[in-house]
Design a protein around this ligand. Structure first.
Ligand code: MN
Ligand code: MN
Length: 301
């Protein structure tokens, strides 16, 4: 029986690519593994897969009775619904430790780096396994995506080094240009419903017993969002009304290096508490994981 490898809900490029890469890595370690996706792949990911000749992974079936490997998360809220009925073989991640526990030993590869694919690069290296050219290409893109082409404060030297090596393996000469191409694809949001954009890269957190959602849209120019902003505000309010204490959406301008905040909360003072300003433009705020979630959690304590 082959193992299932899957990333988090509302998949991003890292979650999809990490599932493909870990499935390849496991297969070379003698464990047949198949990548899956918890949802439709977003346009940026579709572009990356097509560029290097991959099809999108199939939608995740029930994992009951299956061997399972999770990538790019370790939170129950992000994991398959029937996680408890699966046998968890391992986790590969680069986030804060989540709330998943196991009844059997597992392998756990985690590092505080900018992307799960940087961790996976180290796994291949550890066992001296060659990274296939096309897998190096998509891993390269995942790191550029998660680190916002190295502009995110989550970026480490490990990520930069991994990108150099992966670009060489993949035969990509100008990785920054490839990164910009990716973000231009990601920025094409005209005509997409606000709700779909809010949930495209969105995570629910449990904070002191309250459900708190944080979405993020990364674009090369915030002006591109002018036409959809009213729709986005409405989507944030609707999501809040569906039983959440707070919903925030970060509209991140990767060139201006900051985010505009759309916020709807039971606590009218929350924005000020978290960001120490009532202003909606937040200079330097680029990373949900590093610039937002820790401060948000502190505000809920
Ligand atoms: Mn992710
Ligand atoms: Mn990631």
């Amino acid at each position: 029986m082959s193992a299932i490898v899957v990333g988090h809900k509302n998949p991003d490029t890292d979650s999809i690519v990490s599932a493909i890469a870990v499935a390849d890595f496991m297969s070379k370690r003698g464990v047949t593994a198949v990548p899956y996706a918890q949802g439709k792949v977003p346009p940026e990911t579709a572009f990356v897969l097509e560029r290097f000749g991959f099809a999108a992974p199939a939608l995740l079936p029930s994992v009951a009775g299956q061997k399972l490997i999770l990538v790019d998360h370790s939170d129950r809220g992000q994991a398959p619904e029937d996680l408890d009925k699966a046998e968890l073989l391992g986790i590969v991640d680069h986030h804060k430790l989540g709330d998943i526990t196991t009844s059997s030993p597992l392998f756990f590869w985690a590092q505080p780096v900018g992307c799960t694919c940087t961790v996976i690069k180290g796994m291949y290296d550890f066992y001296g396994i060659e990274i296939p050219r096309n897998i190096a290409g998509i891993m390269l893109c995942a790191i550029l995506s998660d680190t916002l082409i190295f502009k995110s404060p989550t970026t480490t030297d490990e990520d930069r080094k991994a990108v150099q090596t992966l670009a060489r393996i993949a035969g990509v000469e100008d990785y920054a240009a490839l990164g910009m191409e990716m973000f231009v694809v990601k920025s094409a949001v005209a005509g997409v419903p606000g709700r779909e954009l809010l949930f495209r890269d969105y995570k629910d957190f449990e904070m002191n017993g309250k459900k708190v959602g944080v979405g993020q849209l990364e674009v090369v120019d915030l002006g591109l969002l002018d036409g959809v902003k009213d729709d986005l505000r409405k989507a944030v309010q609707e999501a809040k009304a569906e039983g959440r204490h707070t919903v925030m959406l970060l509209l991140t301008d990767i060139m201006k290096e900051g985010s505009e905040l759309l916020l709807c909360s039971d606590d009218a003072e929350l924005g000020k508490k978290v960001f120490t300003t009532a202003d909606t433009w937040l200079p330097g705020v680029m990373s949900r994981k590093k610039d937002v979630v820790p401060k948000l959690e502190a505000a809920f304590k």
